[in-house]
Design a protein. Structure first.
Length: 124
């Protein structure tokens, strides 16, 4: 496929799948105002959405697959109990500690002695 022309008229070409210039939002206005209220009004404050997902979860919807039931279970659990906290690993290069243990031990030892130490005395 051929690259598309920039609509701003700069003449620069972008590759396929890159319709916006760098720094240009694809949704500059954000979520339309009133969308949440409209959805709540049309679904009895979301109650119908929950009822539908419960029907999918229970297999009461024609053509529902196990994958659909699992997705419905996840949707219901996320909204009923909150999404689980995602753990983050904090390590340095090649899985090493961010701060070497020897540096921590030196700082603690100096603090115990009341030495104060200083950054220039901490091994690197």
């Amino acid at each position: 496929m051929e690259a598309t022309q920039n609509t701003a008229g700069t003449g620069k070409r972008r590759g396929v799948g890159r319709p916006f210039s760098k720094g240009q939002s694809g949704n500059p206005g954000g979520r339309p105002k009133g969308l949440v209220n409209a959805i709540r009004a049309q679904t009895r404050d979301g109650e119908q959405l929950v009822e539908f997902m419960l029907r999918v979860f229970r297999g009461e919807v024609d053509g529902v697959r196990l994958r659909d039931q699992m997705d419905a279970a996840t949707w219901l659990a996320d909204r009923g109990f909150g999404r689980p906290i995602q753990a983050m690993e904090h390590t340095g290069k090649d899985g090493e500690a961010l701060i070497p243990l020897s540096m921590i031990q030196t700082v603690v030892a100096e603090a115990d002695r009341g030495d104060g130490g200083g950054a220039d005395r901490v091994p690197r």
